[in-house]
Design a protein around this ligand. Structure first.
Ligand code: 13P
Length: 258
């Protein structure tokens, strides 16, 4: 991590925790963070859509921010099963995860649809957590940087530095998600340095030095310190280990005590 960039520790709950489990868990997190005082680290949780209102109520007055896990590019219309950025804004959401590999893999998301969703999120003045990352076949074929470049070029197409000022990027190698196989610090640092270099070329050094880049993929309390020690890693997007206070809190502490 770099001292000039505030770290972000974000929990992506995926398809876990309905309203009952959300209320109790978020109150536990709020209390634990209150006891810690100023963290010097941003904490974000991303519950399922139906748990957003309960989560937002429970974080009220605390530093925890609430993210949605996706949003549609249109504000209203015949799009069964979708939710719009305006609707998320209305409920009080501040961040939206976009382009997660599970959306790309199982639900047909493409760089173009992610781009549309990202623009809708920014238009509602919410901060995107934009996910990119290569599959194991792409890594083995030596295509990691080419894949990241395409995802960045196409996912962020048409958006300038000013529009992207709240952007957070999550580098999530698909082969490390939910597998227990974490990227080595060298692999994580190399990918993050590549991504920061892309921003430097696209939007200048100032932007590249400010943008927060999170690592995601089997981040756990026992490996988080070495991941966070990488100079271009500014935090983590955490799946499984964000679902209990027992594992999420020590990871927040690791970022806060950098
Ligand atoms: P895991 O931490 O469960 O591997 O999930 C990572 C992830 O996909 C976060 O978005």
């Amino acid at each position: 991590m770099h001292p000039d960039r505030t770290p972000v520790m974000a929990g992506n709950w995926k398809l876990h925790k309905g309203i009952h489990d959300t209320g109790g868990y978020v109150r536990e997190l709020v209390q634990a963070l209150k006891e810690r005082g100023d963290l010097g680290c941003e904490v974000i949780i991303a519950p399922v859509f139906t748990s957003l209102a309960v989560a937002l109520q429970a974080v009220w007055g605390s530093p925890i921010k609430v993210a949605a896990q996706n949003c549609h590019w249109e504000e209203t219309g015949a799009f069964t099963g979708e939710i719009s950025a305006a609707m998320l804004k209305e409920v009080g959401v501040s961040h939206v995860i976009l382009g997660h590999s599970e959306r790309r893999q199982y639900f047909g998301e493409t760089d173009a649809t992610v781009n549309g969703r990202l623009k809708a999120t920014l238009a509602q003045r919410m901060a995107p957590i934009f996910c990119i990352g290569e599959t194991i076949d792409q890594r083995r074929a030596g295509e990691t940087e080419r894949v990241l470049e395409r995802q960045l070029n196409d996912g962020l197409a048409g958006l300038g530095a000013e529009a992207l000022s709240t952007l957070i990027v999550a580098y999530e190698p698909v082969w490390a998600i939910g597998t227990g196989e974490v990227a080595t610090p060298e692999q994580a640092q190399a990918a993050h340095a590549y991504i920061r270099g892309w921003f430097s070329k696209a939007h200048g050094d100032g932007f590249a030095n400010r943008v927060r880049l999170l690592y995601g993929g089997s981040a756990k309390p026992d490996n988080v310190k070495e991941i966070l020690a990488c100079p271009d890693v500014d935090g983590c997007l955490i799946g499984g280990a964000s679902l209990t206070a027992e594992s999420f809190l020590p990871m927040i502490d690791a970022a806060a005590s950098r």
